[in-house]
Design a protein around this ligand. Sequence first.
Ligand code: SF4
Length: 444
Amino acid sequence: MDFKIELAKKMLQHKAEKLSDVGHFRGIKITDKRWTKKDLIMLCNLFAKDFIMIHLSASSIATFKACPYRYYYQYVLGLRPIVDTDALRMGTNWHRIQEIANMQPCGVCECMYYIDEKDLPMKGDPDPNCVLCDGNGILPDDLMDAVTAHLNQAYAEIPLSKTEEEWEVEKIKFLYSLVGYQWYWNDDDYEGESLEQKFSLPLLSPISGRKLKAELRGKIDRIFSAGDNRFIHEYKSTSASLDSDSTFWSHLTLDTQTRMYTYAARQLGLGACGVLYDVWHKPQIKPKKLTQGESKKFVEDGEYCGEKFEIGLNESPIGTGAPDVLLVNKREAQVESGAKEGTFAIRETPEMYGARLLQDITQRPEFYFARREVVHHDDDIDAFTWELFNIYKSIQSMSNKNTFWRNEHQCEATFKCDYIDWCYSHRDIGPDEVPDNFRKIGVK
Ligand code: SF4
């Protein structure tokens, strides 16, 4: 087979070197008019499977299952929207702040570590721009300072799709939810064993056991032990109900990610691990306007939902009319005058909203947080091995023959697909093309 690979490589290289008429095929510049597209398709069908390494992750598998064409756009062409969706951004940030909160107080900052060319972890100088350690390489004693610094950086720029208040409120949701999370799970019985572990495992054929041209990639957040059992910790955020009878939980029996982690743990020699599915229900409450009575009391005593705020007023004293400018913790609050003289209503500032959110979290924590231990048995993992194999074969076949198909039922199913404009108009996107509002990321 080696000589065939070499031959195919040479043929394609030869074509790329003969620049007379630039065209593209599967990301390779094809420039020789003597070769027809049919020839190239044949060539690639014969040899492409020998070149292409397919990288499978929980999200690429989910994407492929939903719509193979979405997989093609996202993982073959590597095209992603410049602006992340709200769900993706919130999931990523929740994950990240948990990661920061689990770092070692006063420990060495992650910015001092890097991976060298031999893939080995090395220690170097601190990154002067790192917000977690303020550029000195040592994390703060209180990791909430590092979390706050990270969120301030992440939310420094307001995207066009958000108002200043919406953006600030989103940041506040993370801060107060993390405080609530740490309070709620303070006394759990899980003992942390190890922190984050990235894995990249060869996919093995369930028939012959040989390595396939595919790798399984992922990141295990933490390993915990609880009694005799071990669990892989996985943070999730959702808008679905976390009630015990919610289908959110029954759906987990089919979940790709938890099965993949169990499969990976076995391959990594971590033994039989279950998955601790640790879920945060994203807050649904929004900033609101206080009643006139609440507004009056708040301006008088600065207390709101169990927190004390610093109140500042301009020249208009209370009782003579609504203040023109009301400062709450030095931030201007919106104030609406009432029909009756001297009455007014204040709209919550993001910090006041945060205080109410935290109060709500402490009053009904089970609405916001829930955990489940998910255990997949040998039968599940055997079935998953076959599932991976079949997915790999399907991706390989579609890649080789360029026959990714579209699942029209997913275009507007739970959300509007990012690629809908191209699909609905049957627009062909070239391998080097990066349409407006999209970016190209490492093609897998
Ligand atoms: S718009 Fe529809 S067909 Fe196109 S990639 Fe998205 S889900 Fe698939």
